[in-house]
Design a protein. Structure first.
Length: 280
């Protein structure tokens, strides 16, 4: 059994257009932005937008859909104004995801900006607790994404992600998204059979596979442990095709949506080629 496979698709022209683009290239799953990812604010989502999305999703062949939060959000910021904006933005995006009945909101935890990793992790946990307390219990889960660990960015180690979740005291409302490129750049040797097996064992022991809401399938342009987040198309980077073959064949992961964020190329067919390669 192959996991649901998909890609991050543009919402240009309307949220429902992402579904059309996903269907066109053969997605079983999808990732979208629910607003402009490079701006703090956006117009409220309308009933008409929700209806158009819901109708298009129901009529499509696509199953699980997650959103990716805006890159501006930093739940560990030491700047009060940025921290406040980040918390407000996260609450807004989760409300949008709730309205659209999405399966989760993928979130980069943030950077400690010199305050130290321990303080940064605690600040992320406090932010998550504050935001989630304002939203309905039925709102989609926050899916904390592992990172490459460049600079003061938090979340490159599985232990940090686990601590953010547990310290928030909101465990049932927080899950995880695992990015293969980020893990490799952070030092997890996914390119070898033994390294991938070790990573999956640690993943289950530290985070719990039941708490993983999705994977991001990305090869890496940069070498193991580089702490550089540079995605490559499947089989064209340092991780290599064998690792993705092993991931797709792992029975314990068969239910977890796996989303491409690989380069689309000048012809904009990169995701279609990568999906075809993964299915082969």
């Amino acid at each position: 059994m192959t996991p649901p496979l998909g890609a991050h698709e543009s919402i240009a022209g309307g949220l429902e257009k992402a579904l059309e683009r996903g269907v066109e290239i053969g997605c079983d799953a999808l990732q979208i932005f629910v607003k402009n990812a490079s701006q703090w604010r956006a117009k409220p989502i309308s009933d008409e937008q929700v209806e158009a999305w819901s109708s298009a999703h129901a009529d499509s062949s696509i199953g699980p859909v997650v959103a990716h939060a805006a890159y501006l959000i930093n739940l560990a910021s030491t700047q009060p104004k940025t921290l406040s904006k980040s918390r407000q933005a996260l609450a807004d995006e989760l409300a949008r995801c709730h309205a659209l009945a999405l399966d989760g909101l993928v979130l980069h935890p943030g950077a400690h900006l010199g305050a130290g990793e321990e303080e940064g992790v605690e600040r992320v946990a406090r932010s998550l607790a504050e935001v989630l307390a304002t939203l309905p219990q039925a709102a989609p889960r926050v899916l904390l994404e592992n990172t490459a660990g460049q600079g003061t960015v938090l979340g490159s180690r599985l232990e940090q992600l686990a601590a953010m979740r547990s310290l928030s005291a909101m465990e049932h409302r927080i899950g995880f998204c695992l990015d293969t490129c980020h893990a490799f750049a952070a030092g997890y040797a996914l390119h070898t059979k033994r390294g991938l097996e070790r990573f999956l064992t640690e993943l289950d022991d530290i985070l719990g596979l039941d708490n993983v809401g999705c994977f991001h399938l990305n090869d890496s342009m940069k070498p193991l442990g580089s702490h550089r987040d540079r995605h490559a198309n499947i089989g064209e980077g340092e991780i290599g095709l064998s690792a993705f073959r092993r991931l797709l064949a792992e029975p314990a992961l068969a239910h977890i949506p796996m989303i491409l964020e690989t380069p689309i190329g000048d012809d904009r067919r990169g995701h279609a080629r990568d999906l075809s390669l993964l299915r082969s």
